[in-house]
Design a protein around this ligand. Structure first.
Ligand SMILES: [Zn+2]
Length: 230
């Protein structure tokens, strides 16, 4: 079942160690078939060098396992909530990539300091608060709820801001499919690294002027985009 999607999600998972975004097994990628309402996710705690496409686990949007011998990633319930609340995304990634995780641990949004950031992410990368002790009883599910509620409460567009930091934890990213979600995870890590260095070099650095952020984001996205080839 969903053999093509399993292969795609497997390949997207294998990109995480390739790009240096994961240590040991700390990361997971999923991808969804919206017509069938099923998504495919990495199994929990399997080493990347032992991972095979057929090990991918098929889940439904109620969070039930539909196919697979292995247990799905422990973060699966977060993916379920993100797919339900953001109905136009096709892939989700979670890592503990060191630069993005450093901002998460510091509990700070990543300010938009340059056009690399502005090309992919419109405005700051938000850092959501810690879950309460009560919310932690359903940790993974409530992580997803907290992210989606934060975007709603702050009027953030999850397509224009395809990433988030969870305080004291790490980043989640998403995209139109699993590969784009991984691409955004790589971009986020680079942007996080550059922003940290930027503050070391100049502790008084200011965010990119809004008009320059707009120029860069809007030339690649939206109705009047003109970046790349037609
Ligand atoms: Zn994690």
């Amino acid at each position: 079942m969903l053999e093509e999607l399993k292969k795609e999600v497997y390949e997207a998972n294998m990109k995480l160690p390739e790009y240096g975004l994961v240590t040991f097994t700390w990361g997971n990628v999923s991808g969804i078939d919206r017509e069938k309402g099923l998504f495919v996710i990495k199994p929990s705690g399997v080493d990347y060098d032992k991972l095979r496409p057929e090990d991918m686990v098929v889940m439904n949007l109620a969070g039930e396992k539909v196919e697979g011998d292995l247990n799905p990633s422990s973060d699966t319930k977060t993916h379920v909530v993100l797919y339900n609340r953001f109905p136009d995304i096709g892939g989700v990634v979670h890592t503990h990539s060191p630069w993005a995780t450093s901002w998460a641990q510091a509990g700070r949004d990543i300010p938009s300091y340059g056009t690399t950031h502005a090309d992919y992410i419109y405005g700051r990368v938000p850092c959501v608060r810690n879950l309460t002790a009560e919310e932690l009883e359903e940790y993974e599910k409530n992580t997803g709820v907290l992210i989606a509620d934060h975007f709603e409460a702050h009027g953030l567009d999850h397509i224009a801001v395809p990433c988030v930091l969870c305080k004291n934890h790490g980043p989640f990213t998403w995209g139109k499919d699993a590969h784009e979600a991984v691409h955004n995870a790589v971009v986020l890590e680079e942007v996080a690294k550059m922003a940290a260095r930027c503050e070391w070099i100049n502790p008084h650095v200011e965010e990119t002027p809004q008009c320059l952020q707009d120029k860069h984001y809007l030339r690649k996205h939206g109705a009047n985009a003109y970046y790349g080839q037609k």
